[in-house]
Design a protein around this ligand. Structure first.
Ligand code: ADP
Ligand code: GLC
Length: 481
């Protein structure tokens, strides 16, 4: 049996701000249980739903040194869906209304969390063969493993894997501050380790020190070796290319299943979608005050509203999109300029545009089920899960060919009748508009072709089956077994 520990800042169903939570919550369930004991360690956020908090079992507590600070570390445990989750408790750090807030404070709190995650292991009696961490919040783990934890027999042979879900966020502040928060010596703050110009960079340190680095699609693994996508770390990504690979994300096929999803009013499957899916559209039109009409081409967008998601392309041609015969449903929160933009168009195009500027798991599922197409014109996209959810619900993705979008959406070819979605290459608003119009044309004028696209989309397999085996192979290879 090999012991694997996931260390992460979010995981469904406990706490979620984006796709990272979906991955950390669903992947551990998909490993071969005969071979791998995979457990997860998370912060114990006060903002976690109470029905989980009240079920946590208190295990122990101690005080931990980090830099000149001495901090309380509590440990709780919960077995959920067959997976053991541990929670690190310190309300001064995790007591806020959201997992992330002020970046400077986040740096201190995740330095604490990364160190605490390693410190609790002897206390809870779990000795991982591999510690698998995720994104900048836990990128200090591989460094700590090679630093203060290296001496003891308990930690000596542990290996580390770091998965980059988004290279844009790196955990950066001036060197002095990062040094103070992490308690790491000058040795680590050189240009080949944690330093970038005058700043300390947590993710960079993790990439330099992890035994293996993965990211969440093959294309993104290549893209980040280039200047455009490398976010200043492309040199390091190239340097580590022998120990870097892309493994595409999957989604939880039980959670996202149109046949059983309790969040959608009308269930359907690959055989019944022609009759049943449209009932979800009708329902959503009613709920959101859109014109109730089975035949309107309905486009959905569920997203964090940030520059990453290509929203400036949409801003540029929103009037053209809306003046066409379409309905557009938006669910998202994020940058104010985008929130207000969508509110404005909702006001301007009344019964054709619905902007829902909030977070709702329920509504997101309804949108995946109800819409005909799903728009995701990202500037960059390490993997993207929304397009996978759309495919699963027979909602045809319209995407820009970047990162995971390129790897998971096969472009429609009307001559060969192949493909699962529509895509465009350049980061150009009119290219996107043309692609939307092409999709609309297929929908209105070639409905049989459209339905075959839906058949193929729903038949595509983006469960974790294939990718979990790739992680297993990676773990086995790292352990030399
Ligand atoms: P990212 O992680 O970059 O935000 P992904 O496509 O990987 O993008 O994952 C986004 C996840 O967050 C999906 O599960 C999507 O349904 C969900 N999501 C994003 N915004 C909202 C929202 N406002 N309400 C509900 N779910 C949302
Ligand atoms: C990040 C990326 C997204 C990816 C998710 C899960 O948030 O932006 O593309 O799907 O992580 O890996």
């Amino acid at each position: 049996m090999k012991n694997i520990l996931f260390v992460a800042s979010e995981a469904v169903p406990f706490i979620k701000t984006g796709g990272l939570a979906d991955v950390v919550g669903s992947l551990p369930k998909c490993f071969d249980k005969e071979q791998f004991d995979v457990r997860v360690i998370l912060p114990k956020y006060l903002s976690m739903p109470w029905h989980f908090t009240e079920r946590l079992e208190f295990l122990s507590y101690f005080y931990m040194d980090i830099g000149y600070r001495n901090k309380y570390v509590g440990v709780f445990k919960l077995v959920h869906d067959g997976i053991t989750f541990y929670f690190i408790d310190n309300e001064a750090y995790f007591g806020g209304p959201k997992p992330y807030g002020d970046l400077k404070y986040d740096l201190e709190k995740f330095a604490y969390f990364s160190r605490a995650a390693l410190s609790v292991l002897p206390v809870i009696g779990f000795k991982p063969d591999i510690v698998h961490c995720h994104d900048w919040q836990t990128a200090l783990v591989p460094i700590y493993m090679k630093d203060s934890f290296r001496g003891g027999e308990f930690y000596r042979d542990m290996k580390s894997v770091l998965t980059i879900h988004n290279l844009k966020f790196q955990g950066v502040w001036d060197t002095k501050t990062i040094q103070e928060y992490t308690g790491l010596s000058d040795y680590y703050f050189t240009i080949d380790k944690m330093r970038v110009k005058d700043d300390g960079n947590m993710l960079k340190g993790g990439i330099a020190y992890a035994d293996f680095v993965t990211t969440v699609s093959e294309t993104y693994a290549e893209e980040i070796k280039t200047e455009f996508y490398g976010e200043g770390l492309d040199g390091l990504m190239r340097a580590r290319s022998n120990n870097l690979c892309g493994i595409v994300n999957g989604i939880d096929y039980n959670e996202y299943n149109p046949e059983t999803d309790y969040r959608i009013p009308f269930k359907y499957n690959a055989r019944s979608f022609r009759k049943e899916k449209v009932k979800n559209k009708r329902d959503l039109q009613q709920q959101l005050g859109l014109e109730v009409n089975d035949n309107k081409f309905m486009i959905g967008l569920v997203s964090r509203l940030t520059d990453q998601k290509g929203l400036d392309l949409i801003a540029c041609v929103m009037d053209e999109i809306c003046s066409d015969d379409v309905q557009f449903v938006i669910l998202g929160t994020g940058e104010e300029k985008y929130e207000n933009m969508f509110r404005y168009y909702d006001w301007k195009y009344g019964n054709r545009v619905a902007a829902c500027i909030y977070y709702s798991e329920d509504l997101s599922h309804k949108i995946y089920a109800a819409c005909d197409a799903f728009l995701m014109p990202s500037l960059f996209e390490p993997c993207g899960l929304s397009q996978l959810m759309s495919l699963r619900y027979g909602t045809i993705p319209i995407v820009r060919e970047t990162g995971g979008l390129k790897d998971t959406v096969q472009p429609y070819n009307e001559f060969e009748s192949t493909g699962t979605g529509f895509s465009f290459t350049s980061y150009n608003a009119h290219e996107m508009l043309n692609t939307i119009r092409y999709a609309k044309y297929i929908y209105y004028d070639k409905r049989r072709e459209w339905n075959k696209l839906v058949d193929r989309a729903m038949a595509a397999d983006f469960s974790w089956n294939v990718s979990a085996r790739k992680y297993e192979n990676l773990y086995n290879w790292l352990l030399g077994w």
